[in-house]
Design a protein around this ligand. Structure first.
Ligand code: FAD
Ligand code: NAD
Length: 410
C-alpha cells in the first residue's frame, strides 16, 4: 500500500504546530508530511508591530523553518500556493510545481481587511507579514531622512488606522521608537506626530472600561493624538481624508482596521464566509474529503451566531488537536471535537505597559507588560521548546539577512 501524503499549507502558528504534532506522533513510515510556506522563515505574527517600528531585531521576529523541524520526518518546501484541485487532490504552486496529497491542512492565515476604502490598498502600509511590516519601518526611516531635506511636516505625521488590538500595539511601539529615531536623524521629538484614528467612540472597542481608560490616558500622556468616532474615508500617498471633513496631510498611514481570511481562500473551489472557510467540530472543511482548515483561515462557529476570533490563541489550540485528528483520520480512528478554552487577552502598549484580562483578572501597566512577555514566551515554547525560548530571549538567533531590505509589501 502506498504511503499516505499529508500536505500542510502555511507555516504560521497553525501550520507549524500541527506539523510538530505530526512529527511527534506519526510512526516511522506511516505518512509523508510536506509543509509548504511562502518563505523559509516563520514570522512571529503577534510581534509584527515591533518590526514595523524597528523596536525588535529581525532575528527575534523570524525563525528559520527547517531549524524548527525534525527534517527526517517532515519535508519542508518553500513555495507560494496558487490553487488546489480538490478533485485531483493536488496543490499548485506559482512555480508550476504540483504536489499530491491524501490529507490536506489549509492554514494560510489572514489578510488585512481594507473594506474597499479608496486608496488604502495601494497607499496604506499593512501589518500583515514580516516583509510588509519591514516596509513600514523602512518607510519611516525614509520619511525622517527626507524631512531633513525638505522640512515637510507631513513626513513626520505618522497615522495609525484603527485602535483595536493591532492598532494600539502599533501606536505603543511608535511611542517607544520615536525618541531614538529622532536622535538618530537629529530631529526634535516635538516635530513628530502620532495620530490614532478610530471609527468607534473609544479605543479597544468591546474591551472593559478600565482597559479603555488606562489606554486612553497612556496615549494622551505620550502625546498621541487620538481621534475616536472618526472614520477614514480615503487615503492618497500624501493625505488621509476623514469623515469629519478634515484632510490630514500625512505620508504614512499604517492600516490596522481589521483582518479577514487570506484572499487566496476565495479563489479555491470551496464555500467561504466572511473570507474564511467554514469547518466542522473536528476542524474539517465541510463537503471535501480529508481536508482540514485551522487558524485565521478557518471559520469555526462557537455557537449559532458567533465565530471564534482570528487569534494566535485559537490557531495554537486548533493545531494541537488538528495533528491528532489528521492521524486519527488516516488510521480510521475516531476524531475528537474541538473545544476552545479562552485564557485571556493582553495588548501591549510598547515595552513598558499593557492592558488585558488573564484568567478573568483585569490587569494593566507594568505587570500586564510582564504577563505579555510570559504569553509570548509560551508561544515560543510551543513552537520550539525551552531551547527556543532561551535563544530568542538572549537574542542569540542569527540575523536573517535575506529579508532585511524589504521596501515592498508581501
Ligand atoms: P498566519 O500567522 O497568518 O500564518 C499563515 C502562514 O501562511 C504564513 O507563514 C504565510 O507566510 C503563509 N502563507 C500565506 N499565503 C501563502 C501562500 N499563498 N502560499 C504559501 N504560504 C502562504 N493573537 C493572539 O492570540 N495574541 C496576540 O497577542 C496577538 N497579537 C497580534 C499582533 C499583531 C500585530 C497581529 C497582526 C496579530 C496578532 N494576533 C494575536 C493574531 C495572530 O497573529 C493570528 O491570529 C495568527 O497569526 C493566526 O495564525 P495562522 O497560523 O492561522 O496564520
Ligand atoms: P479589529 O477588527 O479588532 O480592530 C480594527 C479597528 O479598526 C476597529 O476598532 C474598527 O472600528 C477600526 N476601523 C475599521 N475601519 C476603520 C476606518 N475606516 N476608520 C477608522 N477606524 C476603522 O482588528 P485588529 O486590531 O487588527 O485585530 C485582529 C485580530 O487579531 C483580533 O481577533 C484581535 O483579537 C487579534 N489581535 C490580538 C492581539 C492581542 O491579543 N494582543 C493583538 C493584535 C491582534
Amino acid at each position: 500500500m502506498k504511503t499516505p501524503k499529508i500536505v500542510i499549507l502555511g507555516a504560521g502558528y497553525g501550520g507549524l504546530i500541527t506539523t510538530r504534532q505530526l512529527e511527534k506522533s506519526l510512526r516511522n513510515g506511516e505518512a509523508e508530511v510536506t509543509l509548504i510556506n511562502k518563505h523559509d522563515y516563520h514570522y512571529i505574527s503577534t510581534q509584527l508591530h515591533k518590526t514595523g517600528a524597528g523596536t525588535a531585531s529581525d532575528d527575534k521576529i523570524t525563525l528559520h523553518i527547517p531549524d524548527l523541524l525534525k527534517t527526517d520526518k517532515v519535508h519542508f518546501k518553500k513555495g507560494t500556493v496558487q490553487n488546489v484541485d480538490f478533485k485531483e487532490k493536488k496543490v499548485r504552486l506559482d512555480s508550476g510545481d504540483e504536489i499530491d496529497y491524501d490529507y490536506l491542512l489549509i492554514s494560510l492565515g489572514f489578510d488585512v481587511a481594507t473594506f474597499g476604502i479608496p486608496g488604502v490598498e495601494e497607499n496604506a502600509f499593512k501589518i500583515k507579514s514580516f516583509q510588509s511590516t519591514k516596509a513600514i519601518y523602512n518607510h519611516i526611516l525614509r520619511q525622517m531622512a527626507a524631512y531633513k531635506e525638505d522640512s515637510n511636516p507631513s513626513r513626520l505625521t505618522f497615522a495609525v488606522a484603527g485602535a483595536g488590538f493591532t492598532g494600539i500595539e502599533m501606536v505603543g511601539e511608535l511611542i517607544e521608537a520615536m525618541p531614538k529615531l529622532c536622535r538618530t536623524y537629529d530631529i526634535p521629538l516635538s516635530e513628530t506626530r502620532i495620530i490614532n484614528i478610530e471609527a468607534s467612540p473609544t479605543v479597544l472597542p468591546g474591551f472593559d472600561q478600565e482597559a479603555i481608560e488606562f489606554t486612553t490616558n497612556y496615549l494622551m500622556k505620550n502625546n498621541v493624538e487620538l481621534m475616536t468616532s472618526t472614520k477614514i474615508l480615503e487615503c492618497s500617498p500624501t493625505s488621509i481624508e476623514l469623515d469629519n471633513g478634515e484632510v490630514l496631510p500625512s505620508s504614512t498611514l499604517i492600516w490596522s482596521g481589521g483582518v479577514r481570511g487570506n484572499t487566496l481562500l476565495e479563489k479555491l473551489d470551496l464555500p467561504t464566509s466572511r473570507g474564511r472557510i467554514p469547518v466542522d467540530e473536528f476542524l474539517r472543511v465541510k463537503a471535501v474529503e480529508n481536508v482540514f482548515c485551522i487558524g485565521d483561515a478557518a471559520l469555526f462557529m462557537k455557537d449559532e451566531k458567533n465565530a471564534l476570533p482570528p487569534t494566535a490563541q485559537v490557531a495554537i489550540q486548533q493545531a494541537e488537536l488538528c495533528g491528532p485528528n489528521i492521524i486519527a483520520s488516516l488510521r480510521g480512528e475516531t476524531l475528537k471535537t474541538f473545544e476552545y478554552h479562552h485564557k485571556g487577552t493582553v495588548a501591549s502598549i510598547g515595552n513598558k505597559a499593557a492592558v488585558g484580562k488573564v484568567f478573568g483578572l483585569k490587569i494593566s501597566g507594568t505587570f500586564a507588560a510582564v504577563m505579555k512577555q510570559v504569553i509570548e514566551a509560551r508561544y515560543l515554547f510551543v513552537l520550539g521548546g525551552p531551547g527556543l525560548v532561551v535563544k530568542q530571549f538572549l537574542k542569540l538567533g542569527k540575523p536573517y539577512s535575506k529579508v532585511s531590505a524589504a521596501t515592498h509589501q508581501k
